[in-house]
Ligand binder design. Structure first.
Ligand SMILES: NC(=O)c1ccc[n+]([C@@H]2O[C@H](COP(=O)([O-])OP(=O)(O)OC[C@H]3O[C@@H](n4cnc5c(N)ncnc54)[C@H](O)[C@@H]3O)[C@@H](O)[C@H]2O)c1
Length: 320
């Protein structure tokens, strides 16, 4: 890893949680982060005291409770949001809407005031709706830049890479599958036909693999049996995405990550595709590429669901 070429302050919102703690650990470990701001409504002084003993350069500061919210965001170039409740068995991501919608709305409102130029990476579910929520809040405050608001879908890519590598006996770090669409059930669309290295599967295996990728979060929720959803693999994926944003901010070129962003690639106003990252966030949306007929059907099925999720997020902010 290269050393930081400029000061980068990263704020983790929800830093005491199941994702927030290992995510903060991975960010603290990176020489690309010079200051780590930990915000939560509980326990951040303890988490910060613990992490601050690591002999890595990032300075760690704790901010606890709403009265310290704005201070936690001031001067941040990157804001990562895993705040909110996770799923329990039997729940969909949309079941989290009522609680997490207002959490993301309030964090975005604070960002609009004190960190309007930061790049924001939203992990809190349902991502399909929380990204429109944050965008609407920033828009209403007159500071919205669609190139700076990202929904984190990286875990879907990480999972797809892992499952494909396992089934083909490949090194999972050398497999790269774009996953497009959204981040829930049928809106998760792995583009296995665009995998590098190029691979193929018989139809029944392709269908089973696609469904496993779409339902991988539920696999973890079931295995954790009521104690939460993916936290460690999500922290890994969130750190990868956050560090990609920082590398691009630092001027590194050619950094590409799939992310759920404001988009005109399809009929859905927000959509995940591979994105070339730059100093101002989205440098270029790389679009869908060529889809197989199987993938085109997945896309057709996903769009109405995505539109519904987006509308729900927008209505939440715009209700009287
Ligand atoms: N995008 C993805 O791929 C993905 C994957 C897994 C989980 N998630 C989502 O991430 C979120 C967090 O999951 P978790 O397992 O870490 O949950 P968790 O309950 O362990 O942690 C959530 C943290 O958020 C904090 N919090 C609550 N309200 C807050 C507020 N107003 N401001 C700041 N912090 C607040 C809580 O105190 C807690 O520490 C959930 O919504 C979950 O569904 C997303």
């Amino acid at each position: 890893m290269s050393a930081a070429i400029r000061d980068v302050k990263v704020s983790v919102m929800g830093a005491s949680g199941g994702i927030g703690q290992p995510l903060s650990l991975l960010l603290k470990q990176s020489p690309l982060v010079t200051e780590l701001s930990l915000y939560d409504i509980v326990n951040t002084p303890g988490v910060a005291a613990d992490l601050s003993h690591m002999n890595t350069p990032a300075k760690v500061k704790a901010y606890n409770g709403p009265e310290q919210l704005k201070d936690s965001l001031k001067g941040s170039q990157v804001v990562i949001i895993p705040a909110g409740v996770p799923r329990k068995p039997g729940m969909t991501r949309d079941d989290l809407f009522n609680t997490n919608a207002s959490i993301v709305r309030d964090l975005a409102a604070a960002m609009a005031e004190v960190a309007p130029k930061a790049l924001v990476a939203i992990i809190s579910n349902p991502v399909n709706s929380t990204v429109p929520i944050a965008s609407e809040v920033l828009q209403k405050a007159g500071v919205y830049d669609p190139n700076r608001v990202f929904g984190v879908t990286t875990l879907d890519i990480v999972r797809a890479n892992t499952f494909i590598a396992e089934s083909k006996g490949l090194d999972p770090q050398k497999v790269n599958v774009p996953v497009i669409g959204g981040h829930s059930g049928i809106t998760i669309i792995p583009l296995i036909s665009q995998c590098t290295p190029s691979i193929s599967f018989p139809d029944n295996q392709l269908k089973a693999l696609t469904e496993r990728i779409q339902e991988a979060g539920t696999e973890v929720v079931k295995a954790k049996a009521g104690t939460g959803s993916a936290t460690l693999s999500m922290a890994f994926a969130g750190a990868r995405f956050g560090l990609s944003l920082i590398r691009a901010l630092n001027g590194e070129t050619g950094i590409i990550e799939c992310s759920y962003v404001k988009s005109n690639v399809t009929d859905a106003k927000y959509f995940s595709t591979p994105i070339l990252l730059g100093k101002n966030g989205i440098e270029k949306n790389l679009g869908l590429g060529k889809l197989s007929s199987f993938e085109q059907k997945l896309l057709d099925a996903a769009i109405p669901e995505l539109k519904k999720n987006i509308q729900k997020g927008e209505d939440f902010v715009n209700k009287k």
